[in-house]
Design a protein around this ligand. Sequence first.
Ligand code: PMP
Length: 294
Amino acid sequence: MYFNENTVLFLDGKWLKASETATSLYNQTLHYGNGVFEGIRSYETEHGPSIFKAKEHYERLLYSAEKMYIDIPYTVDELTAKTYKLLELNGIQDAYIRPLVYLGEDLHLNPSSDVHVLLAAWEWDKYLGDQLVDVMTSPFQRPNPKSCFVDAKVTGHYSNSILASTDAKRKGFDEALLLDMNGYVAEGPGANFFYEKDNKLYTCPTGNILPGITRATMFELCELLEIELEERFFTPEEIRGADGAFFVGTAAEVAGISSLDRVPFKLSWEDTIGFELSKAYKRKVLEQEPVYIF
Ligand code: PMP
């Protein structure tokens, strides 16, 4: 699914066949989850592929790396150019792009200086699908921001996401909603969360979440469309049975939520602000002119 015999990767300055690459089983990222990554999408437009907010994604990758004391030997522009080349070499336009910075053989508890930069791309449908999702408040909290840089996209942080999502699915739900260490709603395992009440949208402030690039795009779209949006802390009890809710993220895009803890949201999805924003988001990702910096 992720690659076939023709798939090409960028790895440490070289263009290689995905099927012919390998990594050491002693690598630090494999053992300790010390690596950083991104999830980016490109869209087919009339001008060719357009990578949505490449700059913001690569700036976040460099930020995540800096927080983990990892030196990435590329600039934002270089990474962007290589990503366009990656799409071209693989002949794909509507793609999910996965930059991964992983570390080499070193099993001491300090960052290895053997830094590897991988860029991969494949065709991937909307992460949560096109149907509305039933969500469960997770018993797992997001990591305490005093235990890590929660706003950095670090590979190891995702064991928390996997636990929460798996637990929710085993209990018959589609996805989990995680709280922060104070019991307020934080985010989904791989997406930020918004809810709607009385024609107004709410989302939690930053601090205990990965502040998503799609979340920031929602703020821009709300401003443009004159939709009221407020950042506030709220509990699951306060929002069960509100008018609507949705997740946003690069992989999920805008994904409507039908219920929280089996309590349905009041409005049908098509009548919500979330639905309007999902259409506006689709237009927005296609409107950007591609930027080739070869
Ligand atoms: N929260 C978490 C935990 C995520 O993994 C993601 C996906 N990167 C998001 C939120 C959404 O971020 P973005 O909109 O930048 O994809």
